[in-house]
Ligand binder design. Sequence first.
Ligand SMILES: Cc1cc2nc3c(=O)[nH]c(=O)nc-3n(C[C@H](O)[C@H](O)[C@H](O)COP(=O)(O)OP(=O)(O)OC[C@H]3O[C@@H](n4cnc5c(N)ncnc54)[C@H](O)[C@@H]3O)c2cc1C
Length: 516
Amino acid sequence: MIKQVDLVLSPVDAARTNSHLGFITKKLKINKTQVSFFRLEKKSVDARQREIKVQLRFIVVVDEPGYSPAKILFNQQNISNAKEVAVIGAGPAGLFAALQLIELGLKPVLFERGKDVHERKRDIATIHKSQIINPESNYCYGEGGAGTFSDGKLYTRSSKRGNVNRILELFCLHGADENVLYEAHPHIGSDKLPKVIENIRLRIIEAGGVFNFNTRVKEIIVADKKVNGLLLSNGSVFSVNNVILATGHSARDVYRMLNAKDILIESKGFAMGVRIEHPQSVIDNIQYHGFSRGELLPAASYNIIQQVNGRGVYSFCMCPGGFIVPAATTQGETVVNGMSASKRNSPFANAGFVTEIRDEDLTEFKKFGVLAGLEFQSYFEQLAFHNGGGGLIAPAQRIIDFILKRTSSSLPETSYISGIVPSDMHKWMPKIIGDNIGNALQMYSQRTKGFLSENAIMVGVESRTSSPIRIPRNPDTFEHVEIKGLYPCGEGAGYAGGIVSSAMDGMNVAIKIAMI
Ligand SMILES: Cc1cc2nc3c(=O)[nH]c(=O)nc-3n(C[C@H](O)[C@H](O)[C@H](O)COP(=O)(O)OP(=O)(O)OC[C@H]3O[C@@H](n4cnc5c(N)ncnc54)[C@H](O)[C@@H]3O)c2cc1C
């Protein structure tokens, strides 16, 4: 008999995993010997009241001796000689598309402009040491895509678009901790993600799939509105009729190439802003009402959603116990993002804080046509670069000073290794972004005592949260609306945002291709 048991425990009791069985049997009024198996299904912290509780949900198998839980399965087949599908981009969308293609008996051939995860690690270290961005290997490009050196947060609001559990299971099967299966806000951590990504690659190769690293797809060759092949950066042509285009939203050259070839792309709304950072202790103090969390509770996070002048302003990609990282893909642009290690134990908490950008904000960029949003993003990134301190030193301001429109004469410590310099952000930021962010921060701080800490800063700019472009596809076949054999996929295509939703989109696209 399978039962679901919900427990609400103190943080201390919740942390004592060897006492869980006792609580379960007490609640079910049975003996420990009757429990054949039990597993944690969900775990979340309830800090709404002063007394913090941890909610645990268990699946318990009672009176079924010999019961063994189902294992995570992967239908691995030898696809070495199967029909080839080209996958451009080895980010979450491309990798999970490849895994799904294998399960469905097709052979993925991946093309990735960046390096494999080990070599990529070295380029990431160089970014920090020399403040120079390698345009083909950085925080956005390379094996695992933009998600590899991230927080590895694995939650999504797009759960209706696919099987979130399957994505979590596949991460687990390839080396992620089991806790991603039950934590309310699962995350892997940048220290563990590279190994998981490598294991996925080894699986794909073992089945007969192919990886081409350091290989940028320069052009998708199209004849009579059908994909014919790919022109690669080494000058060769790869002949293929089905292509999954999963290049992420930083690959501006890909959008430009599609536009130049008259392959339909569309502009769409997007979001931009800054990254805000607090000492983690400030956020813990606010969220845990002064309770000293020690090892018992996770580093606390927050979620801000505010309406300002009819527009959404919201926090995004929160990295408690994390670091701000330089995520530009070209020299001369400053872009920040966030990551954290699995233990989330840095003394800082950061989050993106962005506002919606609409068509009406892009009047000065109209001459770029469908690429207006992309050029706006790039312009904003260049402004941040020119208002920074040279190299990757980013412009920053204390939040209180930003709200009061006064100069920060000094800045507190930050997790951003490349360094920050004081900047009057309002002076150079597009007005709509400065005004909306300032108002939203003021409103949130009025409700949340302590948030406007002297040591809270904003760092510019957070521009790569969503794609300003959609590559339109048929909702039934997922094929491009005009080009046969082209399957736009993931965040760059405008159909996903975040690791899990991009991975789900990759799997969905692969399923559609297998149905042809
Ligand atoms: C620092 C950072 C932290 C983040 N943290 C999180 C997080 O914690 N949780 C979360 O859900 N999301 C996070 N994100 C966002 C998340 O990483 C993306 O939403 C996700 O990776 C998108 O997946 P994708 O496969 O669609 O594209 P991408 O991950 O962008 O992958 C695209 C791949 O295509 C390759 N490529 C591009 N152009 C070409 C070409 N012409 N030829 C060949 N290859 C090409 C790129 O090198 C890249 O590897 C973070 C992003 C960053 C930058």
